[in-house]
Design a protein around this ligand. Sequence first.
Ligand code: SF4
Length: 578
Amino acid sequence: MINANGIRVLEIDLNKQKIKAHNRKDLLAYLGGVGVATKLLDEYIMPEKDALDGDQPIVFAIGPMETIFPVVTKVVAMFRSPLTGELGESYAGLRLGLAMRFTGYDAIVVKGKATKPTYLVITADGVEFKNAEPLWGLTVEETGRILRRRETGSGLRSCIRIGRAGEKLISFAGVNVDTYRHFGRLGLGAVFGSKNLKAMVVKGEEGLAITDKKEYQRVYKEIYQRVVETEVMDKYHGLGTAVNVLPLNAMNGLPTKNLQAGSFAGAEEISGEAFAKHSLVRKLACSGCPIGCIHIAQVRRQFGDHYEYYTTPISYDHELVFALGSFLGIDNRDQLLELIEKTELYGLDSISTGVLLGWLTEAFEKQLVREEMIGCRPAFGNASVYREIIDRLVAMDSDFYRDLARGTWYAAAKYGGCDFAMCLGGHEMAGYHTGHAFIFGQAVGARHSHLDNAGYSIDQKLQGWDPEQVVDKIINEEIERNILNSLVICLFARNVYDRRTVVSALRAIGLDWNEESLGELGKKVFRLKRDLKEKLGYRLENICFPQRYFETKSFTGFVEEEKIKQLMDIYKSRYYTV
Ligand code: SF4
């Protein structure tokens, strides 16, 4: 039976180059994924120390259904975020979930700081600590190419790595996973850099015994059919999440030019439809997913006379199209792809980078920052100047750029312009301007992410103004997502995996949960995160809402500050009763 003896935790000490394996029966009550990872983070974290102190832990976790049921593909990483100082929680798929699953470990804790640049090779047999000095300074792409050559195990191997942004401790540096996926948000890349950890290669070469194969196959088939033979996940394979661009644009929901508007005149050019027609070359899937929502476009560049070209594959989705497209007034697909490529190679979170550039452009227009500080003149629509600024940001060769490297909210607090620094809880906004539930939801969500509680979706379904209902929906959705994330199910499959389906899948692999106990787990994780955040200094009453949110008409009309206050008051009265 899966997890029969407990949750298997691999503890890696970078400083001592030692590992320990633990079988933790007590962690079975947290199921896996975010439940187990939050508990472990709480045990290992040092609230008194900075997020980039080498002693801080990073926790990776998968769940018991990982890759053995369709679309259960993700890995959660938890850490103290250098961007917000609070809870860092990020998800990625591709091959990492599969590779971890077949190492036999349910969770990996990385602690300590290596004495020199290091990469790890993790297998069921142990961990090798390898010299990454020759890799330090290389791009994400170069690092991946070299590691794939050096480390065998193609197909069962996952390679996660940072670029120069992580090495330079930029607060919103991400970790690249198998080239096309990322632990993008909240600065895990900087935490890797603070540990001198350039990369991890995880190779899963073990088998996995399923006790009741007949029941497993029955449940698997039922879920598989819902995934591939119904409409529930259809859009993700078709145009991918970039399908959202035009509908949001039509309804004032697409943040444009630093949210000075909710619709963009150039939206057609950068829509999912336009990418599919002109730039899309293939689609990929995470291991264990029959959908394949990862859309890859190509940029063609000439390298010689006589019609000599090379092409570069670049993945795109709605968030990238928003952050480096409409938010910056970029309406040219190739220029947008080149901006995405730039953030990819350095290993920057594209969303945070785009939102920072949006603030910087407006701060420059309003003369809060000057050309001699920036080194150029940012302007909406000018992709080449944005590429230059990204280069300067990663070079970090002035105090001004070192300040920008700490994120939009930090820069705005120092130079002015908090009213148009589009962050909530210190975290740069996601690509929606749908109304009250989105803004409120990202602000109060455990990691200040739109994915904590899907306020953007709640906005689109609400009929009339009922603040009690909005708060209930936000809290309940976060609890439900804690359940899905404890199994690390891809959230695109959230409408496939209702509680009844989750219970039957768990029972098919010998784990006895019911709908009620899953609900209790969701609440327990909510409380655990809340208490951990408070240990790290988070206070609900400190949340700020930049004025710009109230000035620009949204998908559901103008957002009213008074209504946001109403939601916050109701939320405060319920926050401690979950
Ligand atoms: S739907 Fe997309 S992100 Fe989700 S598991 Fe499948 S390929 Fe990965």
